[in-house]
Write a protein that binds this ligand. Structure first.
Ligand code: FAD
Length: 388
C-alpha cells in the first residue's frame, strides 16, 4: 500500500496535519517514537493566545490568525480550552508605559475583530490589593484582558483522537530511521519493536519539531537543511496561591514572564537559553530557575517558596537562525520543501500550538500538487474536540 502522507512526529503539528489530511480524504500514517504529545507539545506555557507581544515586532498576520484560531478553539474544544483573565501590571520602571500597553490592547482588540473576548480594562487602583499581593509601590496601572489556557498534551491527544476517527493510522513507538525520495514519492524506513520496516508514501511530512534536522539528515538524496536554532524555554511549577493570571516583565532583562494558575499549581515561565545537544536532554538549568524565582519575588515579595516545592520542565523553541536575542524573532512556522512546486518532503518546524489547525491547512495547500484528489469527509473548522 502507498500512503498519501507519512508524517514523522506526533506533536501538535504532526497530529494537526494528520487530522487535516484525513479530513480531506487522504490515507495517513503517523510515526511517533515516544508518545503522542510527549515532546515540546507538553512543555509550552499552556496558552492559546494571540501573542500580544508579537505586535511589537509587527507580526500582525500571525497575531490575527492566532486570535481567530483562539476563538475557534474556544468553540470546538470547550472542555480543553478555557478563557482566563490576564493581568499586566505597569510600573514606573516598566519598559512600556500604560499608554503603550493600552494602544497594544486596542490593536489586539481590532485584530480579534472586536468580539466579546477582545474587551480589556484598566483596573481601578482600589482593586490592586486583591491581586494576590502584587507589589504596589511605583505601580502605575494594571490592565486586564482575555486569553485562553489549556492542557497542551491533552489537546494534542484530542486532535490525534479526531484524526484517528477520520481514518489516520498510528505506528508508536516507531522511530523514523531514513527515507529515499524519488519523483513520485518516498520510501520511508522506521524501527518498531526492534524491527526495521518500510512503507511507501506520496509525501513525507517532517513534523519532528526540535528533532527535525535529524530527520532531514536521514533523507536521500540529501536535501537542504534550513538554518534553525533551538532555544530552551523553562517553566517552574509551584504550589499555587494565586487567584489571578499575570503577564510580567523579568526585572533584569524585561523579557516576558508568565505567572499562571494551572491545574492547581502555579506555572512560572519562561526563559530563552540557547540550546545545543540532543533535544531529549533539555532540562531546566539552575540559573533559569533562579531567574524565574527572582521575577516572582520581585513582583510578589510576600510569596515564600520552599526549594523542595519546585518542579520544572523545559521545551525547545525552533527558531530561524539569527544573531542576537531570541525574544524578537519570528514565531511563524518555517516550511521547507525539496521542491516548492511538487514537494515529496515537506518540513513543518516551529510555530505555535495555538495555530496548529491553520498551519495544517497551509500544509495541505502546499502539498496539493503532490497528492491525488480525494473526496473530503470533514472540515476541521467544525470538528468538536473532546478530552482524551
Ligand atoms: C517554552 C515554550 C513555551 C511555549 N508556549 C506556547 C504557548 O503558550 N502557546 C502556543 O501556542 N505555543 C507555545 N509554544 C510553541 C509550541 O509549544 C510549539 O510550537 C509546538 O508544541 C511544537 O510542536 P511540534 O509538533 O512541532 O513539536 P513536538 O511537540 O516536539 O513534536 C515532535 C514529535 O516528533 C517526535 N519525533 C522526533 N523524532 C522522531 C523520529 N525520528 N521518529 C518518530 N518520531 C519522532 C517526537 O517524539 C515528538 O513527539 C511554546 C514553545 C516553547 C518551547
Amino acid at each position: 500500500m502507498t500512503y498519501d502522507l507519512v508524517i514523522v512526529g506526533g506533536g501538535i503539528q504532526g497530529v494537526g496535519v494528520a487530522q487535516a489530511a484525513a479530513a480531506a480524504g487522504h490515507s495517513v500514517l503517523l510515526l511517533e517514537q515516544t508518545g503522542v504529545g510527549s515532546g515540546t507539545s507538553r512543555k509550552s506555557s499552556k496558552l492559546i493566545h494571540g501573542g500580544l507581544r508579537y505586535l511589537e515586532t509587527a507580526q500582525f498576520s500571525l497575531v490575527r490568525e492566532s486570535l481567530r484560531e483562539r476563538a475557534l478553539l474556544l468553540e470546538l474544544a470547550p472542555e480543553l480550552v478555557k478563557r482566563v483573565a490576564m493581568h499586566i501590571p505597569v510600573y514606573r520602571s516598566s519598559s512600556r508605559s500604560p499608554a503603550k500597553i493600552a494602544v497594544g490592547l486596542w490593536l489586539y482588540r481590532l485584530l480579534a475583530g472586536c468580539g466579546e473576548d477582545s474587551e480589556f480594562s484598566r483596573l481601578h487602583r482600589s482593586s490592586w490589593t486583591s491581586l494576590d499581593g502584587i507589589r504596589t509601590d511605583d505601580l502605575l496601572a494594571v490592565y486586564r484582558y482575555v486569553e485562553a489556557q489549556m492542557d497542551d498534551q491533552a489537546l494534542t491527544q484530542a486532535v490525534w483522537q479526531s484524526a484517528e476517527s477520520l481514518g489516520a493510522e498510528l505506528a508508536m513507538p516507531a522511530e523514523f530511521t531514513g527515507a529515499e525520495r524519488h519523483a513520485s514519492g518516498c520510501e520511508v524506513r522506521y524501527r518498531q519493536n526492534g524491527r526495521e520496516s518500510s512503507v511507501a508514501a506520496r509525501v513525507l511530512v517532517n513534523c519532528a519539531g526540535p528533532w527535525g534536522r535529524e530527520v532531514l539528515k536521514g533523507i536521500e538524496p540529501a536535501m537542504h537543511v534550513p538554518a534553525i536554532e533551538l532555544v530552551q524555554g523553562s517553566h517552574l511549577l509551584l504550589p499555587n496561591r494565586f487567584q489571578h493570571h499575570f503577564y510580567l516583565e523579568a526585572p533584569e532583562d524585561r523579557r516576558a514572564v508568565f505567572a499562571l494558575p494551572w491545574q492547581g499549581q502555579l506555572l512560572l515561565g519562561t526563559t530563552e537559553t540557547p540550546f545545543r545537544g540532543p533535544p531529549e536532554n533539555a532540562s531546566c538549568l539552575s540559573e533559569e530557575r533562579e531567574y524565574l524565582l527572582r521575577a516572582l519575588r520581585y513582583y510578589f515579595p510576600d510569596q515564600a517558596v520552599e526549594p523542595e516545592e519546585v518542579t520544572s520542565f523545559a521545551g525547545l523553541r525552533v527558531l530561524p537562525s539569527a544573531v542576537g536575542s531570541a525574544f524578537g524573532r519570528s514565531r511563524e512556522v518555517l516550511f521547507s520543501a525539496d521542491d516548492a512546486g511538487q514537494p515529496r518532503v515537506l518540513s513543518v518546524l516551529g510555530g505555535k500550538l495555538t495555530t496548529y489547525r491553520a498551519t495544517a491547512l497551509e500544509v495541505m495547500e502546499r502539498l496539493a500538487a503532490s497528492l491525488p484528489s480525494r473526496r473530503s469527509v470533514a472540515d476541521t473548522a467544525n470538528i468538536h474536540l473532546t478530552p482524551p
